[in-house]
Design a protein around this ligand. Sequence first.
Ligand code: SF4
Ligand code: SF4
Ligand code: SF4
Length: 581
Amino acid sequence: METVNIKINGVAVSAPKGSTILEAARLAHIDIPTLCFLKEINEIGACRICVVEVKGARSLVASCVYPVNEGMEVWTNTPKVVDSRKKTLQLILSNHNKRCLSCVRSGNCELQTLSKELGVDNESLYAGEMQHFTIDDSAAHMIRDNSKCILCRRCTAVCEQVQSVGVIGANERGFRTNISSPFGMGLGETSCVSCGQCIAVCPTGALAEKDAVGEVLAALADPDKHVVVQTAPSVRAALGEGFGLPIGTNVEGKMASALRRLGFAKVFDTDFAADLTIIEEANELLDRVSKGGTLPLITSCSPGWVKYCEHYFPDMIDNLSTCKSPQQMFGAMLKTYYAEKNHIDPKKIVSVSVMPCTAKKFEIGRDHQSAAGVPDVDIAITTRELVRMIERTGINFLELPDEEFDNPLGESTGASVIFGVSGGVMEAALRTAVWKLTGENPDSPIEFSEVRGMQGIKEASYDVAGLTVNVAVASGLKNAHDLLTKIKNGEANYQFVEIMGCPGGCINGGGQPIVDSKTRNFVDYRSLRAKALYDEDAGKVLRKSHDNPNIKKLYDEYLGTPGGHKAHETLHTKYVKRKIQ
Ligand code: SF4
Ligand code: SF4
Ligand code: SF4
């Protein structure tokens, strides 16, 4: 690698040619503060917080976009630099609703942290007229509060470039500039897909999930309700971050323990329904292949992706698997099978899910998601809300003992655990495909490395019991867009495609604990979270969905055959064509 030699604060640094001052400083263990910068997503050098002095330059330069050159001398912390950053921050704060005490991001807000680090207090030097906004709560999954927006444009960049949606942008000009939807529409009226990736990158409390913690606590306090919870695979790989544990710590045992102490009647695992999804989806795939149905079959676990397909590729909704997502399959089993077995009126059951995903809040309100005549899932909360709920109820999470899920809906295999990572559903399906085709259960192969990893699009061909199966995996909706365009243009011929709405899959869902930009820009946090799930899979005795004994029992006792009449009524759904707006 070609390098250049520079000096930062008098220290000699050798940095790769083409890197920025910000990146080079990191190599010298010097952090330069940033606000608008998000690596490879929002590299616009607009907020001017990251300014530094460069010998010979006429003014301060934005280190996030300024490339290093041989012999360059840089100072990152001179009085001139610090004074400039403080003034910039004072200007931002002069039009900011500084209600930190009750703000959802207090303690985890980049603006607040920066103000503290730079010693900028709330009394702005530039106090004067302020903009006033109404809160946009029109969407099912999130609220937008522009009074806390600092116009960094990280949200608009992720929505447009990473998710290929682009329903938010800068409106008006100058002092009146604000981030909103076109023509003053509420976000809920647009073709926003509810992915929550904008929330995940927002440095402040301007964007947040719609909080349902109060609703869950009220249900738990109601003696007439039987409140049951399920948790998605990727929640266990990130929940610990909310309590200061290192990224990638698997806290499954403590999570089950905390949920039990919160008062849930049963603590179940969405992984059980992930195994069920594989059985139904494998059946659907082989059915379509043998009967000449619409191919490729595309997974439907990710509600952000499903809504994207309905808005932006409505002519491909027949490609979507009709399987409900694991969240919804679980809810359906809870209110039918579990309710009948335990003689509980489904109307008395409150079905709560803990998800890495904000789009799950939209999904629970979709049509054709009520197997027992009542919604399969009543309340979907995110990992972040679970952190809040544990904190609010005084549970000392870090000191909890490890506990197990309840059964029968808590039994799962390694295949279901990896649902939380891009490529995981595909791998789980491939583990079951040979058994489904031949009725045999060979020991290998069990790991499919070609569909693992954080690449946006992965492709592979496998020989499955003598049948060549071409597969593709995409995560992040821009990648989904590119892959679908290729399929539509006849440039690719797959039988089975996995798509996840969020880059890297659910481990990076819009409802997971916020990763600040300092970490995001320099640490591969998605791979660390993914590793926690792959490690759990590797340590399981049962690693194939069809080996889950409670799934077999469920079909024997209740559902009949995969894809049969009862399975279809309870576990499958329908989609609608939507407009772009
Ligand atoms: S966004 Fe940050 S600075 Fe603003 S009120 Fe919330 S915590 Fe305070
Ligand atoms: S939730 Fe997703 S689609 Fe909706 S505005 Fe945010 S990034 Fe865009
Ligand atoms: S909403 Fe958040 S991410 Fe978007 S521009 Fe405002 S502060 Fe930045």
